[in-house]
Design a protein around this ligand. Structure first.
Ligand code: C5P
Length: 333
């Protein structure tokens, strides 16, 4: 039977948030970034990024965080779409719609997720069919965390966090994220990290054996103990209230707690869904966290969830998928 190519009208990509299980910060590089050795895990909090042909470039943000996100050309999703258009020689404006569930400026790579989603969705809409490597290269131009939002799962990041190698770990982990109403700027947290260093001679960062052993075993207790983040002292120095959040989480049954990326979100690893509910209640009832999200990880990276037609559905998998990668039942609380 012959098939007829139907032009795509709207393509939606679903993209996860991340937590850094380990974040080792090395010396400052000449380009202003730091050498990193990090282990990312994608978690089941997602943004959906939809693109459709339009008369002119535009962007709409939906959801509780919409007012915190720029709806103009500075939006990372818009920059991603334009970058791909320029590379592929496409002259078709799109309207981007982002349904946001990933907290904004939280250390969970929400902006990076939107950029990855826009790259993947536009690639499908325009029929560019970029190779995985080509999309990863464009992603790295947009931000250090954007390549990981495409890849997902659990992965080691080196360079400035953009050079990825998947980690073959076991286990599914249950997370509680204590959100914050105070802001932390990523460049300021890195600068504070440099300021707090006891010595100017910072060694090259290397991943810890404890983290790799924990991930291989799939044991949440070991992983909880192995969580570490070199940016945490800097985040706590700039926002001392986060100490109390960490203490409250650990006093209420968390297996481990860590500032997520450059913060201010604090991520807690717990045993199971029931413990995640208990901890979410404790964090909000004690007044240390204005809001809490729960999620499991690892989940897969960016993927197409709706498209009218097209030869490929996702970054490394087949298309026309629906539904979240994470187990049902873990939602924001
Ligand atoms: O790459 P991204 O836009 O996410 O980085 C935001 C900021 O975080 C950079 O401008 C830089 O100040 C800091 N950063 C860094 N070293 C890295 C990644 C980010 O110093 N490896």
């Amino acid at each position: 039977m012959s098939s007829v190519a139907v032009p795509l009208q709207c393509v939606t990509a679903r993209v996860p948030a991340k937590v850094n299980l380990e974040l080792m910060v090395g010396p400052l590089r000449p380009d202003g970034f730091h050498h990193l050795a990090t282990v990312f895990q994608a978690v089941g909090l997602h943004d959906d990024v939809s693109v459709e042909p339009a008369e002119e470039w535009g962007i709409t943000i939906n959801g509780p965080y919409a007012h915190l996100v720029p709806a103009d050309g500075s939006n990372l999703a818009m920059r991603a779409a334009r970058l791909l258009a320029g590379e592929a020689g496409i002259d078709v404006p799109v309207h981007i719609t982002i349904d946001k569930d990933i907290p904004v400026a939280a250390g969970m790579a929400g902006g990076s997720a939107d950029a990855a989603g826009a790259l993947l969705a536009c690639d499908g809409l325009w029929g560019v069919w970029s190779s995985k490597t080509a999309l990863e290269e464009l992603a790295a131009q947009l931000g250090s965390d954007v390549p990981f939002a495409l890849l997902g799962g659990t992965a080691m990041g080196s360079g400035r966090g953009d050079q990825l190698a998947p980690v073959l770990g076991r286990g599914r982990y249950t997370w509680v994220f204590a959100l914050s109403d105070v802001g932390l700027s990523t460049p300021e947290v890195y600068a504070e990290c440099d300021r707090l260093r006891p010595s100017r001679r910072v060694p090259e960062p290397t991943p810890s054996a404890a983290m790799m052993t924990a991930l291989r075993s799939g044991d949440a207790v070991s992983l909880g103990r192995a969580l570490s983040n070199d940016l945490q002292p800097a985040a706590l120095s700039l926002q001392p209230r986060l100490e109390e959040v960490l203490r409250t989480g650990m006093d209420n049954g968390a297996l481990g707690g860590i500032v997520s990326g450059s913060g201010p979100t604090v991520a807690f690893l717990v045993d199971d869904t029931e413990r995640s509910l208990d901890l979410a209640v404790a964090l909000t009832a004690s007044g240390v966290a204005p809001a809490v999200k729960r999620a499991v990880g690892p989940v897969r990276g960016a993927r197409i969830i709706t498209a009218a037609s097209g030869p490929r559905g996702s970054f490394g998998s087949t298309g026309h998928e629906t539904g979240h990668a994470g187990p049902a039942g873990l939602r924001s609380s």
